[in-house]
Design a protein around this ligand. Structure first.
Ligand SMILES: *Cc1c(COP(=O)(O)O)cnc(C)c1O
Length: 499
């Protein structure tokens, strides 16, 4: 298997090269040139496997230029009991006889991005080695909260790398901020920016393309890279847990052999749900993929109408990791459902860039809606869902997962479909605890406490353990105090790298 660009402007490359580069030189995203199939018997054989063995089965197909022992090593380094507080890595909970919840947040930062970002760093280092490149990789990231911390945990102390994370000083939650400021590791740097997320992201983009820095970097044997969600090395490990959920349902007798299931996915950049699409393409029996959005409902409208329109006001919601108007990974789906027609994709992406809008043809729209169903949940509905599910099942949802469950309810009402469904849960309820507390304890109680106190309050009320990564967060030593205005971001980077 080789990887090609969705914009058609390059020769096929290995997975190592696709992961090393992140984005294709023509501005497109890397996708497999042709897909393999996992025979159904192999899925059945996963019933008796642990998560690591399941991962090996799937990932050896997608990363086929890496040796078996290399892949085994990446998997062992990522999915172990030091990093995850559940031996199942992505355990499945039964909510009703129809609805199951797959918890993807047992990693070090309590959100699902750990599953990809615990895996990516080792692969990147090896990919760089395979390219014969003897350079130190400097990961540069702007974060609005979740990604930065997950990347820090993934790259900490990985030899051959350093990581610099910029975050908007007043634009992340108390917990997210403390998670980053207390980050340990000999190769990690966390810098607050006086500005909003856009300022921070623009500053990072400017550093990436700065000629002066590039020259000094290469003289010192360094190169910049990013760990963002368009990297194939982040997508591939997400395909695994969809198979794992199916195998768990088979193992527990909740589905019969061959039975198709639905997945509902709280969606932002379209990475997680795209991984479900690839799982389906390589043989997982899927009926529908339900795409759940919050009030930034660009994707809901796109699936319903075929028009993608980002020209609207950006809303800050209680599910901030889904506050996105440009879902980058959708480009890959458009390329796939159009039989790898890069001219079409190129045209749509150009229109998105220039006008903020594009409309796909009916054939594309029909293909997408034959597999995908989309809806959104507003703020009130999201909070009510948390409360209702807690009252009825004593199960506590985070805000992102609640968007998914509310959209699932709407799906059942709209279609009457009773297919067994797995809702992927993307964050621990403790991580976005102010909104969760508001949902089940009321606004007053939620507003009067700090987020750190709310960890204890929720834990007591619901009898759930606080995840290890969040426990006593406010009592840990602060390791990073650097703050800069947005004009100072380049200077700070130069100082850290001694350029
Ligand atoms: C990143 C994130 C999402 C969105 O996932 P995408 O792959 O960007 O669609 C949803 N929930 C949480 C908690 C996240 O951190």
């Amino acid at each position: 298997m080789k990887y090609i660009s969705t914009r058609g402007g390059m020769f096929p490359v290995t997975s190592a090269e696709a992961i090393r580069r992140g984005i294709a030189p023509d501005g497109g995203l890397f996708v497999p040139d042709e897909l393999f199939k996992i025979p159904y018997d192999d899925i059945v054989s996963m019933v008796d496997m642990d998560y690591r063995q399941r991962a090996r089965k799937i990932l050896s197909g997608f990363l086929n230029d890496f040796s078996d022992s290399e892949i085994e090593y990446f998997i062992l380094m990522a999915y172990n009991s030091d990093n995850f507080d559940s031996v199942k890595i992505a355990p499945l909970r039964i909510l009703t006889s129809q609805l199951f919840i797959q918890e993807l947040w047992h990693g070090p930062t309590s959100a699902f991005k750990d599953i990809a970002l615990q895996f990516l760093p080792q692969v990147m280092v090896k990919a760089s080695e395979k390219a014969g490149e003897n350079l130190e990789t400097i990961i540069l990231t702007a974060t609005s909260g979740d990604t930065g911390k997950a990347a820090l945990e993934g790259f900490k102390d990985v030899i051959g790398t350093r990581i610099i994370v910029f975050y908007p000083e007043n634009g992340v939650s108390e917990i997210q901020k403390m998670q980053m400021l207390t980050q340990e590791g000999s190769n990690v740097y966390v810098i607050g920016v006086k500005g909003n997320f856009d300022d921070t992201q623009n500053g990072v983009k400017a550093i990436f393309t700065d000629r002066d820095l590039a020259v000094k970097m290469s003289a010192k044997g360094m190169r910049f890279s990013s760990a963002n969600s368009i990297n194939w090395g982040r997508l591939a490990p997400q395909i695994v847990y969809y198979f794992s959920a199916y195998a768990d349902l088979l193992a527990t007798g909740n589905i019969k052999p061959g039975e198709k299931i639905n997945f509902v996915v709280p969606t932002g950049n379209f990475g997680n749900i795209l991984a479900a699409y690839y799982a389906c393409r390589i043989g997982l029996p899927v009926n529908k993929l339900i795409c759940a959005s919050n009030e930034n409902k660009v994707l809901t409208e796109f699936v319903k109408t075929g028009t993608y329109d980002r020209n609207r006001k950006f809303k800050m919601t209680i599910s901030p990791s889904m506050d996105i108007l440009i879902s980058s990974n959708l480009e890959r789906l458009l390329f796939e459902v159009n039989g790898h027609n890069s001219d079409k994709v190129d045209r749509w992406m150009k229109s998105l860039k220039d006008e903020g809008i594009y409309k796909v043809d009916d054939e594309t729209r029909n293909k997408i809606s034959s597999l995908f169903w989309a809806e959104y949940s507003n703020e009130k509905e999201t909070l009510e869902t948390i409360n209702n599910v807690y009252e009825e099942y004593k199960y506590l949802l985070d805000t992102h997962t609640a968007v998914g469950i509310d959209v699932y309810d709407k799906y059942v009402i709209a279609t009457g479909d009773m297919t067994k469904t797995v809702a992927v849960s993307t964050a621990s309820p403790f991580k976005f605890n102010r909104s969760v507390a508001r949902a089940i304890l009321g606004r007053e109680q939620a507003e009067k406490s700090t987020e750190f106190d709310l960890l204890e309050v929720l834990s007591k009320k619901c009898g759930m353990a606080i995840p290890p990564g969040l426990k006593n967060l406010d009592k840990r030593p602060v390791m990073h105090t650097r703050v800069t205005d947005k004009e100072g971001m380049k200077k700070a980077t130069g100082e850290i790298l001694d350029l």
